[in-house]
Write a protein that binds this ligand. Structure first.
Ligand SMILES: [Zn+2]
Length: 256
C-alpha cells in the first residue's frame, strides 16, 4: 500500500454529523493528493444565518452559539461544489483601532517595547518577535485612529472537514468575494482577523503572503458578566489587511 498523504482525511465524527456540510452528502470530499493544487476548485457563496449556525454548532465547538447580530454576511466555502466550511463577516467588537504606517503608507505593526514581548509566556515571546518586528519611532511616519465602521472582521473561519490549506485558500476566495459584494459597506477600509496562537499553522503563512500584517496580539480575557468561552483563554494574533491589497490580489492559486 502506498503511504501517500491526502488533502482530506475522513474522521469518524463526520459520518454521524447532520450539519449542512455532512447531511445528504452523496460522496466524500475529493481526496486530492498533497501537492496537487486545488485552489481553482474553491469558491464561496453567501449562506443564510441558520445554515452558518448549524455549521458552527457542529464544527466550531470552542465558540458555541451566540452568532452576533452585527453580522454582515456568512459565506459557505465550497470545494468542487460541495460545502466544506463557513466564514462570517461582521463588525468587530471595537469602536476604533489605532494603526501605524511608514512613509510609503504601508501598514506597520503596533510599536512594542521589550517589556511587551517579555510579558508573553515563554513559548509565545519568541514567536511574537518573529511575527511582529520591533519598530523604532523613526519607522513610523503616521498613526491613524480608524473608526470601527471602517473595519470588518473575518470571523469564525470554520471547516467541517480536515483538508490541508483549505482554510487559507477558502479565506482568500471569500475575502475577494466579500469586498466586491453588496454586503460590504462602502466605508470599510480594513479587514481584521484574530488567529489563535495555538492554532496558527498554515493560516499565518497564508495571511502574511496576501497583504495581511500581524499588528499585535490580544490577551486571554474572560468577561465576568458573560458566559465562559474556552476561546477567551487563549492569546490570539491580530492580523489586519488594507482593502486595497485585496483588490490588487490576483489568482488564489498564489496561496498554494
Ligand atoms: Zn458536519
Amino acid at each position: 500500500m502506498s503511504s501517500q498523504k491526502f488533502h482530506h482525511k475522513a474522521t469518524t465524527t463526520e459520518a454521524e454529523c447532520t450539519c449542512p456540510i455532512h447531511r445528504n452528502r452523496h460522496r466524500d470530499p475529493f481526496t486530492a493528493p498533497l501537492g496537487l493544487s486545488f485552489a481553482n476548485d474553491i469558491e464561496t457563496r453567501s449562506i443564510d444565518t441558520e445554515e452558518a449556525e448549524l455549521i458552527y454548532n457542529a464544527h466550531h465547538s470552542y465558540m458555541d452559539g451566540d452568532l452576533h447580530n452585527a453580522n454582515l454576511d456568512h459565506h459557505g466555502i465550497y470545494y468542487q461544489n460541495e460545502l466544506m466550511g463557513a466564514i462570517t463577516y461582521r463588525y468587530p467588537m471595537i469602536s476604533r483601532k489605532r494603526l501605524h504606517f511608514n512613509t510609503d503608507g504601508e501598514l506597520l505593526p503596533e510599536p512594542l517595547s521589550d517589556s511587551d514581548y517579555d510579558s508573553l509566556p515563554n513559548d509565545l515571546e519568541h514567536r511574537a518577535r518573529d511575527l511582529i518586528p520591533q519598530l523604532t519611532d523613526r519607522d513610523i511616519a503616521e498613526a491613524k485612529v480608524v473608526q470601527g465602521d471602517r473595519i470588518v472582521a473575518a470571523d469564525r473561519i470554520c471547516l467541517g472537514v480536515r483538508m490541508a490549506n483549505l482554510a487559507s485558500a477558502g479565506l482568500a476566495a471569500s475575502q475577494e468575494n466579500f469586498f466586491t459584494s453588496e454586503s460590504c459597506p462602502d466605508p470599510v477600509k480594513y479587514l481584521i482577523t484574530f488567529v489563535r496562537s495555538d492554532y496558527e499553522g498554515s493560516m499565518v503563512k497564508a495571511l502574511r503572503g496576501k497583504g495581511w500584517r500581524c499588528v499585535g496580539w490580544t490577551e486571554p480575557s474572560q468577561a465576568s458578566n458573560r458566559e465562559y468561552k474556552e476561546i477567551r483563554d487563549h492569546y490570539k494574533w491580530c492580523f489586519v489587511c488594507p482593502i486595497e491589497e485585496i483588490i490588487d490580489q490576483c489568482a488564489i492559486t498564489d496561496w498554494l
